[in-house]
Design a protein around this ligand. Structure first.
Ligand SMILES: Nc1ncnc2c1ncn2[C@@H]1O[C@H](COP(=O)(O)OP(=O)(O)OP(=O)(O)O)[C@@H](O)[C@H]1O
Ligand SMILES: [Mg+2]
Length: 288
């Protein structure tokens, strides 16, 4: 465990972010430094969780790693090669559902690799069936997304990403907006998928408990402009289930992450000028 981004480096990185800065410039407004000198590494075969306050630059970073956006300075690297655009080696799952409503679950799942010619239809279907079974959607192959619950849609999206057999999965607040019970179920599905496949994952969240339950390693981000403030190894046993939530070690790691995160949260609230809120400093009403 340590307190700076540089020391979060690992020898065999699958993803490496080197001093990335991304500034949003809107004419007539002050530039927004979403990321500044942000460095981190994601180890192969590990589940790394990036946790940070809302608005600290997490999605900006995810977009750069996806190849949808480019840094103003610094570099993002996958398997030793600079990221120059989207690629099948990285699959993204975002908060908003991205299933095509006019396609069944099966068609949604196999569309990408069959259209690009990476997989023959029969091979794609075979893989899709295996994945859909794994996440409990075996009965939904012919169902359209509108007939699925929120949790089922997220599971279908996971399959749609995994069918490409990506080197890395990047999930940006993929379970945000789900009710608590569905979210916990989705976390269990994801942990099981990860433990079965051993694939490299970067999961982005604002939720400490979610981070702890999933992660091998948690990277805590600073407030805006975003960079990595602290790196915490999560040495909780695997295979992981809800029993870890009651362990002493879980509570110790949680306290460490909370301290770092709340320090950043406090800075955000410190920046808010309470005088801007109407009535915030109004004199107390006198009685009688
Ligand atoms: N396209 C854009 N143009 C201008 N500013 C932007 C743009 N996208 C993001 N920002 C700003 O950059 C900062 C970081 O945004 P980003 O979406 O990366 O944060 P985040 O950590 O993902 O937040 P959340 O947890 O709420 O999803 C915010 O201040 C946001 O307003
Ligand atoms: Mg975001």
């Amino acid at each position: 465990m340590n307190g700076n981004g540089d020391a979060c480096k690992v020898a065999s990185a699958q993803i490496e972010v080197q001093n990335v800065t991304r500034v949003y410039r809107i004419p007539g407004q002050a530039p927004v430094f979403a990321l500044k000198d942000c460095s981190l590494t994601v180890e192969p075969g590990k589940l790394t969780v990036l946790v940070g306050p809302s608005g600290c630059g997490k999605t900006t970073l995810a977009s750069i790693l996806a190849g949808y956006d480019t840094p103003d300075s610094g570099r993002a690297i996958i398997n030793g090669q600079p990221i120059k655009g989207p690629g099948p080696d990285r699959m993204m799952v975002f908060q908003e559902t991205a299933l095509w409503p006019w396609m069944t679950v099966m068609k949604n799942t196999i569309f990408g690799p069959t259209m690009s010619g990476r997989l023959a239809r029969s091979e794609a279907e075979k893989r899709a069936i295996g994945l859909l079974n794994k996440v409990g959607l075996q009965e939904c192959k012919g169902t359209y997304p509108a007939r699925l619950s929120g949790g089922m849609q997220r599971r279908a999206e996971l399959c749609r990403a995994l069918v490409n057999d990506p080197a890395v999965m990047i999930l940006d607040e993929a379970f945000r907006g789900l009710d608590v019970m569905t979210r916990e179920l989705m976390q269990e599905y994801l942990v099981k998928l990860y433990e079965d496949t051993g694939m490299t994952m970067l999961f982005i969240t604002t939720e400490i408990e979610e981070a702890l339950f999933l992660a091998d390693r948690i990277l805590v981000m600073t407030n805006l402009p975003g960079s990595v403030k602290k790196c915490v190894e999560v040495d909780l046993p695997r295979p992981r289930d809800f029993h870890v939530l009651a362990s002493q070690r879980y509570l110790e790691i949680k306290a460490e992450v909370m301290e770092a995160l709340y320090e950043e949260g406090a800075k955000t609230f410190g920046k808010l000028n309470m005088l801007d809120f109407p009535g915030a400093c109004a004199p107390a009403a006198t009685q009688g």
